[in-house]
Design a protein around this ligand. Structure first.
Ligand code: NAD
Length: 355
């Protein structure tokens, strides 16, 4: 059997620590499932600026394009805050998204009973939450025509434009429906169809696409969705929405979970996918061996599920993480008296033992 090519981009700050832990766990889970993985490590972000003068060197991009999937830690840090705007570390992620055609961002938010206490919401409201937010990533108002400044009737103004085409909406809703079939089968499409023409097209296409896919779809205005995420997060299964609404709602949902170090993400297109934790490079704790690796470990599980179509090892990693957290082991960010404090490496070893 041919092996799958994984490009690992540790990046900056805690990136190298959390990707090292995740790679070890990914490798074990894959091997146990009879899947051979071949790794190439490449630079991006501040580390690449230091070594090559650019945040996304050609050799990193070339490796990513020919890989089956990319696992990334995080990029950036105070050291590179004053570099020229066109070579800022985050340009590496934007460049990868663009070059790999990553049009869908998947952000799962799961709150087990053991973690409910970390949420700012009451435990009985959040325990059992299991949402997958599917955000359109390459269209909408972030990429529509814009004007930084013009003067009309003596007043300066600026504008942006929300544009969505039928194929753009159909492909992201199809992806949400496919994901829902492997979950509880319920898609909520979020828009602002009472005000926006682009949302009315979105709603029409979403309805037709879900019907074709044979999946239940409900529609919700974005303002109501923002409230429902706080009032009853357990009522959602898959949420699908455009770029702007998805950007805001996915961060709101992450806060509902209450633990930035635990949450994974996937950015997917028609080629290799990009998998990374939702947190940044945490320069305040970098190099101390105390970072929480779980967000990156769960990103590796998403890599197995979405890019390698290997559900069994993906689920095995998720169950191992759940078991270790349920047993009371915590890295420093989530430690509370009565629990057991562990380092990044110890957390990885516990997950490996569980696997
Ligand atoms: P951050 O997510 O790096 O850190 C916020 C807080 O959460 C810090 O106190 C940090 O110590 C803590 N934290 C984050 N991840 C953790 C983990 N795995 N374990 C334990 N604690 C963790 O956000 P920030 O401080 O706003 O940004 C720091 C740098 O990261 C900036 O340069 C920013 O541009 C960059 N950043 C990168 C990405 C990315 O690579 N995708 C995303 C966000 C921010």
């Amino acid at each position: 059997m041919s092996s799958k090519k994984i490009v690992v981009i540790p990046g900056d700050g805690i990136g190298p620590e959390v990707t090292a832990a995740a790679q070890e766990i990914l490798d074990l889970a894959a091997r146990k499932a009879g899947l051979a993985l071949e790794y190439t490590t490449r630079l991006a972000g501040g580390a690449a600026i230091d070594a090559r003068g650019v945040p996304l060197p050609d050799e990193t991009l070339a490796a990513a394009k020919t890989a089956d999937a990319v696992l990334l830690g995080a990029v950036g840090g105070p050291k590179w805050d004053s570099v020229a705007p066109d070579i800022r570390p985050e340009k590496a992620i934007l460049g990868l998204r663009k070059a790999l055609g990553l049009y869908a961002n998947l952000r799962p938010v799961k709150v087990s009973a053991a973690l409910a206490a970390y949420s700012p919401l009451k435990p009985e409201i959040v325990a059992g939450t299991d949402i997958l937010i599917v955000r359109e990533l390459t269209g909408g108002i972030y990429f529509g025509p814009k004007c930084e400044s013009e003067t009309v009737d003596g007043a300066e103004r600026a504008w942006d434009t929300e544009v969505y085409s039928v194929p753009e909406v159909a492909r992201i809703v199809r992806m949400a429906c496919q994901a829902a079939k492997g979950r509880r089968g319920k898609v909520t499409s979020v828009d602002k169809a009472n005000v926006l023409a682009s949302s009315r097209l979105w709603r029409r296409v979403a309805t037709a696409t879900a019907q074709e896919a044979g999946v239940d779809i409900a529609h919700m205005y974005v303002d109501n969705c923002a409230m429902q995420l706080v009032l009853g997060p357990k009522t959602f299964d898959v949420i699908v929405t455009g770029n702007l609404f998805g950007d805001i709602l996915s961060d709101e949902a992450a806060v509902v979970a209450g633990s930035i170090g635990l949450l994974p993400s996937a950015s997917i297109g028609d080629g290799p996918g990009l998998y990374e934790p939702i947190h940044g490079s945490a320069p305040d704790i970098a190099g101390q061996g105390i970072a929480n690796p779980v967000g990156t470990v769960l990103s590796a599980a998403m890599l197995l599920r979405h890019s390698l179509k290997a559900e069994a090892p993906a689920a095995a990693i998720e169950q191992a993480v759940d078991a270790v957290l349920a047993a009371g082991y915590r890295t420093a960010d989530l430690y509370r008296p009565g629990l057991t404090k562990v380092s990044t490496e110890e957390m990885a070893k516990l997950i490996i033992k569980q696997l």
